[in-house]
Ligand binder design. Structure first.
Ligand SMILES: C[S@@+](CC[C@H](N)C(=O)[O-])C[C@H]1O[C@@H](n2cnc3c(N)ncnc32)[C@H](O)[C@@H]1O
Length: 397
């Protein structure tokens, strides 16, 4: 049985082999013991648990080696479900609310942060404290401030950081959307929770020339890793620099629901057909990013029935509008729409717009954050496109 050091060595070698670990972060990944940050109780998906609450507990005392191997696998480890109060029968969980992110993703984000030793960093979403420890290892523990909204999670991280010799990291239990003013200004802000709109406090608390890095997305699609550069006038501009899919920042979380709560009202359904394959609108990062920006408050998910058939759902849970597209082995596919919004029509129109614009990539969207909020414009050349005003992400709807 491999011990922690051997497993850690393998994890690091694997990341290096796959080109996922920037050389400058190698020492931190080698010397910070990830398992020391993972709580004794973790969670795993169990397809046999039945139903939607399929997250079951895995206790270190029941399977110490399995627990350790999980700590060093290149995979996320779920460390909290349902904000600490599992809602399923028999203590099963529904939603992941805290985790240690996948090591390859942690490495990718740290590389994209472009931080240097000695820089001051604000992390949003302390979670286990592992990422804060990596930052502390390279930048100096006194330069790291980390904010965690869940007091119990923050407390665990604080203890783990002290035990690992990084007690000088400041762990704050608060809403990270406010940043942490007493520690400002920062050279870098890194969020490990996703946002639809970057809280302006993160920009305001960053030095000119500094960087704000956060997973960003729309309800429709997790867009990617957004990197903003902060300018003198208190504005920040940037774009998506890579893929990322994270749990939402708590204040921007999208309420969970079951399909049967929304997809009803069959008597008012409007029927039509389409030749458009669901993957065109939901499987392509670039198309889905554009659609998500042009069709606000619309979530999408796919329920497969077989390898070739299934149902694509579009849901606006706020207006309780929904649409389904039933994928069969041959087009045309049946579309059902219900509610005040015709979500399929909106999605289809947004997809056509994306085609007409020359299929802009996710990197073509330019983000601007200032005290008035966030704007997202499509840059087809050096200037915002004439259609940019229609592509602004809605803030108050
Ligand atoms: C993916 S986990 C963080 C992983 C962590 N960086 C690590 O190394 O283990 C996301 C964390 O963000 C926290 N979070 C969510 N909303 C937050 C908010 N508004 N302020 C601070 N933390 C928040 C969650 O409680 C969760 O612990």
């Amino acid at each position: 049985m491999a011990d922690a050091e051997v497993l850690r060595g393998r994890m690091v070698e694997g990341l290096v082999r796959q080109g996922e670990l920037d050389e400058r972060w190698r020492a931190a990944f080698t010397e910070v013991a990830r398992h020391e940050f993972i709580p004794d109780l973790v969670w795993r998906h169990d397809p046999d648990a039945g139903g939607l609450e399929d997250l079951v507990p895995l206790r270190r005392c029941d399977d110490p080696q399995g627990w350790l191997e999980r700590a060093y696998a290149n995979a996320p480890v779920t460390t909290q479900v349902d904000d600490g109060h599992p809602i399923g029968e028999g203590g099963c969980g529904f939603e992941v609310t805290s985790s240690a992110s996948m090591p390859a993703v942690v490495a990718q984000m740290l590389a994209a942060l472009e931080a240097q030793p000695g820089m001051r960093v604000l992390e949003i979403g302390t979670g286990t404290g592992y990422n804060a420890a990596l930052l502390a290892h390279r930048l100096g523990a006194g330069n790291v401030v980390s904010v965690e909204v869940d007091p119990g999670v923050a407390e665990h991280a604080r203890h783990a950081l002290v035990a690992a010799g990084f007690g000088a990291v400041t762990v704050v239990s608060a809403d990270g959307a406010e940043g942490y003013l007493p520690g400002a200004p920062y050279d870098r802000v890194i969020s490990t929770a996703a946002v639809a709109e970057v809280p302006y406090a993160w920009v305001a608390q960053t030095r000119p020339g500094g960087r704000v890095l956060t997973p960003w997305g729309t309800p429709y699609y997790p867009g990617g890793l957004l990197a903003l550069t902060v300018h003198r006038a208190g504005t920040a501009t940037g774009r998506v620099v890579g893929p990322a899919s994270f749990m939402w920042l708590r204040s921007q979380r999208i309420p969970r629901y079951t399909t049967s709560q929304i997809v009803r009202g069959e008597d008012t359904v409007r029927l039509s057909t389409t030749d458009l394959h669901p993957w065109s609108v939901a499987g392509d990062t670039h198309a889905a990013t554009a659609i998500g920006l042009r069709v606000p408050k619309c979530e999408t998910f796919y329920h497969p029935e077989s390898s070739e058939t299934g149902t694509l759902y579009l849901v606006d849970q706020w207006s309780r509008s929904w649409a389904t597209l039933h994928l069969t082995t041959e087009a045309p596919y049946e579309v059902r729409q219900s509610g005040q919004r015709a979500l399929w029509d909106e999605v289809q129109a947004a997809y056509r717009w994306w085609l007409d614009m020359g299929k802009p990539a996710v990197e073509a969207w330019r983000f601007t954050n200032d005290p008035s909020g966030q704007r997202i414009d499509l840059l087809l050349s050096d200037e915002p496109s004439s259609d940019a005003s229609t592509a602004v992400f809605p803030r108050d709807e």
